[in-house]
Design a protein around this ligand. Structure first.
Ligand SMILES: Cc1cc2nc3c(=O)[nH]c(=O)nc-3n(C[C@H](O)[C@H](O)[C@H](O)COP(=O)(O)O)c2cc1C
Length: 194
């Protein structure tokens, strides 16, 4: 491994939409183990290791889809309810091979600010996403408002100080689907040198 290869992998990482995934193509236990192991190497202040994952596969994806839909119904004021959004929430988990609920489990070190626990979980997700992209496996981080809401937190049985940070849709890209090209505004425009 060298810096050029690492930089190339980072630039290669892409979000692959659930609709572009082959739900039936198996993700082996070996691949799952590697993804989870990579996530687990994330840094955390105070070694709190606050990342937790609930992985919905097979029939449990339907159970998740229904939970998302009912949380959306419960949390959305009548005038803002969008049927199209509701339908999409019911379908997306079924397009993917698996859906990972990303959780932050607040540790018992009050001196560590919540923001740092959330940052650590984001690092874990990025590690997982990089490993998935290296394997050619699709992954998409989705965070509709409902995933941050109380109804969904109840469904996930989160503790009072824990958070859901969204869902990761995981699956091999459909046959013929090209790996998307990414783009970013120039990196140096985001830096101030002193
Ligand atoms: C914390 C987080 C939440 C995200 N939530 C959503 C989302 O709810 N809907 C969505 O379309 N994309 C979401 N994304 C994915 C971005 O759209 C995607 O990363 C961006 O378009 C860049 O594409 P790339 O990942 O292929 O480089 C999220 C990304 C992050 C980091």
């Amino acid at each position: 491994m060298n810096i050029t290869e690492t930089a190339a992998l980072i630039a290669h990482r892409r979000s692959i939409k659930p609709i572009d995934m082959d739900a039936d193509k198996e993700v082996t236990d070996g691949v799952w183990q590697t993804l989870i192991e990579c996530a687990n190497w994330a840094p955390s202040h105070g070694h709190t290791e606050p990342w937790r994952f609930i992985i919905y596969r097979g029939g449990s994806r339907k159970y998740l889809a229904e939970a998302l839909q009912s949380a959306y119904k419960e949390d959305t004021p009548e005038g803002e309810f969008k049927e199209e959004k509701f339908e999409k929430m019911g379908m997306n988990p079924l397009y993917a091979h698996a859906v990972v609920a990303v959780l932050m489990k607040r540790g018992d070190l009050p001196k560590i600010p919540v923001i740092e626990e959330i940052e650590a979980v984001a690092c874990a997700v990025q590690n997982m996403h990089l490993a998935a992209s290296a394997a050619g496996l699709g992954l998409f981080w989705s965070s509709p408002a409902v995933t941050y809401g109380e109804s969904f937190a109840k469904f996930l049985k989160l503790g009072d100080d824990d958070r859901c940070l969204g869902l990761l849709y995981v699956g091999w890209p459909r046959e013929g689907k090209e790996w998307p090209k990414g783009s970013r505004k120039p990196s140096m425009d985001k830096v101030t040198w002193k």
